[in-house]
Every structure is written in C-alpha cells, then in structure tokens.
Design a protein around this ligand. Structure first.
Ligand code: COA
Length: 170
C-alpha cells in the first residue's frame, strides 16, 4: 500500500506594494506545484510602502479569489514582521518561493538565499522565472506610472488597480 504523500507547503514572501501581474503569475504557478501556498506580506517599513500592510493584504486577498476556486487547499495571505524564515516556519512551510526576473534580480536573491539557508537550513528556496512579458514589471514603476496618470491595467490585477487609483486620487 502506498503511503499518502506528505503535504508540501510553500511560503511566498514579498512587500507586494502593490501586488503585480508578475507576482500573480508566480502565485498561480507556485500553487500548482505545492499542496499549500501561504503568501507572506512583509510590513517592510524600510521600503516606505505606499500602501499600509492592511491594504496590501486586502488587495492580495481579493485578487486571489479566482485562483482559489476549486482548490482543495486555498491559498492564504498573511502579514508578517520579523524574519521571513521565522514566518515560513510558523506557517509550516518546507520552502520559500521567490520569482526571478532578469539578471538584475540575481545578486540580491542569491544573497537572501544564502542568508536564509544559514538561518534555516531546513527551509529551501525555490525560484520561478518570471514569464516573458512580466520580466519588466516592477511595483515601483507601476506606482510611478499611476501617479503620472498612465494606464496600469496591464501590470496589476483588477481590484489592486482600482485600489491604487482610489488611494492616489484620495
Ligand atoms: N514579475 C514581475 N515583477 C516581480 C516579480 C515577478 N515575478 N517578482 C518580483 N517582482 C518585482 C516587484 O514588482 C518589486 O518591484 P520593486 O523593486 O520595483 O518594488 C520587486 O520585484 C521586489 O518586490 P517583492 O516581490 O514584493 O519582494 P521584496 O524584494 O520587496 O521582498 C522580502 C523582500 C520581503 C522577501 C525580504 O525583505 C524579507 O524577507 N524581509 C523580511 C525580513 C528578513 O527576513 N530579512 C532577512 C532576509 S535574508
């Protein structure tokens, strides 16, 4: 008799200020290869986010609703302060998930990977390459384009787009 496969949990940390179509693609693909996926939204005050943590959580929780249809284990979204590896462990994760865009991301991600491996050798990091068409998307540029009245609909999911516009136009 075959034993039931152990449940593999992934933890996808980020600032998500705001969540972009590139992040949504990583979320969908990571959810496809893991049994459970927890998205961890870092408070990350150092980055001086445009959106407070509660609003970043709201955007993600609303925009992932379609991805959760029919899923046995719905993707969950949590906020965290402190170390990503601690939050990953608290949520029972076996692996941290990160998206990689171009070569420019490599050095930073490699550093984080090394530090996280040292802090928590039992939690590996899995990298998913951003799809063609998402390689150039960045949260910082999305905010700049929105501030300058450009169209951000191709770069962010629908609720997040409306939320950013509401926030910027008061
Ligand atoms: N497609 C398109 N864009 C992508 C993408 C993808 N697949 N993946 C990331 N991006 C972009 C984002 O839009 C964002 O753009 P920006 O630089 O213009 O803001 C950028 O890549 C990175 O943002 P994000 O994915 O939200 O992650 P982050 O780099 O802000 O996250 C944490 C960093 C939260 C993972 C890290 O700071 C952390 O772990 N903090 C907790 C404290 C800790 O553990 N510190 C020790 C770390 S070793």
């Amino acid at each position: 008799m075959t034993e039931p496969a152990p449940s593999r949990t992934g933890f996808y940390p980020g600032t998500f200020d705001p969540v972009t179509s590139g992040h949504m693609d990583i979320i969908e693909r990571a959810a496809g290869v893991m049994d459970r996926l927890v998205i961890g939204v870092a408070e990350n005050r150092d980055k001086q986010p445009l959106l407070p943590l509660e609003e970043r959580l709201l955007c993600l929780r609303t925009d992932i609703v379609p991805l959760n249809e029919g899923r046995a284990n719905p993707i969950t979204v949590i906020g965290f302060t402190g170390l990503a590896v601690h939050a990953a462990r608290t949520h029972g994760a076996h692996a941290i998930i990160r998206g990689l865009r171009a070569v420019a991301d490599f050095e930073y991600e490699n550093q984080m990977f090394g530090m996280n491996q040292h802090l928590a050798p039992d939690i590996d990091t899995l990298f998913l390459m951003a799809r063609e068409g998402h390689q150039y998307i960045s949260s910082r540029l999305v905010k700049e384009i929105a501030r300058l009245d450009g169209d951000i609909s191709g770069f962010v999911p629908p609720f997040t787009r409306r939320h950013i516009l509401k926030r910027l136009r008061g």
